[in-house]
Design a protein around this ligand. Structure first.
Ligand SMILES: Cc1ncc(COP(=O)(O)O)c(C=O)c1O
Length: 392
């Protein structure tokens, strides 16, 4: 075999995702793109904010020496200053540019952070349901992802974290607003987790870094607020990107922000900068850093996603699907009618409606609908959702 045995194993473990893509491609080839209702991907359908294009044109036409050159591995200082101002507002703690490392999206940031803190065999803990790329990110750096059960309402279950944390635990990941549920963890829920983590640090004698994966922070509805973490848990790192809020996931731009109160802060920052470099990213894309510098508070029109959420929720509730209405992201995570997520996914595929089984998020019994799609997809899918429901 030419490829490594380990990568071969990872590939076969993710074969159901490949199968889903293949099914989607086959259906589109057979029935035409306009006759397949594809809710499988979190690829934003709203065009980027116009300021993004304007800014790019401006940068391209300006005479900036070294515009396309390497810069410090952490990113341009002037960009990091602007990001630091935004993080200070989000996190209710004053931080400066030295706490910011510009990264190749949230995915690049997670990898740089995990590489910085993991020893071989260390554990990274996350609650189900979760974004399954975390498993690969931890594995990339010798870590092992342990997925713990959530509370009945799919919020965090602090007792489950308490039971899972041991001397091998280097990090906990939380993601809020959450893919796939669209939940925002409440302040009370987070405080209970912080208490568990602080007690576990005392018990195990090691720092447990809390990685807050926040690419959906700006995509919230109904005045929902994403609580700050930095003031309440010192060993915290925010990792995020502009992929979702500015609709530019292909441009690979994001950042990591390290809490200045974190244990071993200086070393940690320098480690993340080094890992950003040696993972082969070298630095976040130069043009993109300049482009997002002045777009910190901005996002695409969130009311558009809210409208789609309402259209989808109203339609599905009317049919009888059960779900908690999401207050953030562009995902809905209904219970699989009858309890079998693979069954409903298959029945929906027969109706040319593509969704992802909860098993793909370590949460069988549910399925994910990604509603960053055109309105016709939502409208056109409703008869299929109804027929699949009735067949169960
Ligand atoms: C929860 C979560 N984290 C991280 C990412 C990766 O985002 P990025 O494009 O910034 O790497 C995604 C993308 O879908 C996501 O849903």
């Amino acid at each position: 075999m030419a490829i490594s045995a380990h990568i071969g194993e990872l590939m076969s473990g993710s074969s159901f995702i490949r199968k889903m893509f293949e099914t989607g491609a086959r259906l589109k080839a057979e029935f035409g793109d306009d006759n397949v209702f594809d809710f499988s991907l979190g690829n934003p359908n709203i065009p980027p904010v116009p300021e993004f294009g304007r800014k790019l044109n401006e940068i391209l036409s300006e005479n900036i020496p070294g515009k396309h050159g390497y810069m410090p591995n952490a990113g341009y200082p002037f960009v990091r200053e602007k990001v630091a101002a935004q993080v200070s507002a989000d996190q209710a703690v004053s931080i400066d540019k030295d706490s910011i490392i510009m990264t190749c999206g949230a995915g690049g940031g997670m990898n740089a952070v995990l590489k910085s803190i993991l020893n071989n065999g260390d554990k990274v803990i996350v609650s189900a349901p979760c974004f399954m790329e975390y498993k690969f990110y931890a594995d990339n750096h010798g870590g092992v992802l342990q997925i713990v059960k959530p509370a009945a309402d799919l919020s965090l279950d602090p007792a489950a974290f308490e039971a899972a944390i041991d001397e091998k635990t280097a990090a906990v990941i939380i993601n809020s607003p959450h893919n796939p549920t669209g939940k925002i963890y409440s302040e009370d829920n987070l405080r209970a987790l912080f208490d568990v983590l602080k007690a576990a640090e005392r018990r195990t004698g090691r720092s447990i870094y809390l990685i807050c994966d926040e690419p959906y922070r700006k995509i919230t509805y109904d005045n929902a607020v994403v609580p700050a973490v930095f003031p309440h848990y010192k060993n915290s790192i925010v990792v995020t990107s502009f992929s979702k809020d500015l609709s530019i996931p292909g441009e690979r731009i994001g950042y990591a922000a390290v809490n200045p109160a974190a244990d071993d802060y200086k070393n940690l920052i320098n480690a993340v900068i080094l890992c950003n470099r040696i993972l082969g990213y070298v630095n976040a894309p130069a043009l993109m850093q300049r482009a997002v510098a002045d777009l910190q508070g901005m996002s695409v029109d969130i009311n558009e996603y809210k409208r789609k959420r309402d259209m989808l929720c109203d339609g599905l509730a009317d049919i009888g699907y059960e779900f908690e209405k999401p207050v953030g992201t562009f995902y809905l995570f209904p219970k699989a009618p009858g309890g079998d997520d693979m069954k409903i996914v298959d029945l929906l595929q027969e109706e040319r409606v593509l969704v992802v089984p909860g098993g793909g998020f370590a949460m069988p019994g549910y399925f994910r609908i990604s509603y960053c799609v055109d309105d016709w997809v939502i409208e056109g899918s409703m008869p299929g959702f109804r027929r699949a429901f009735e067949r169960l």
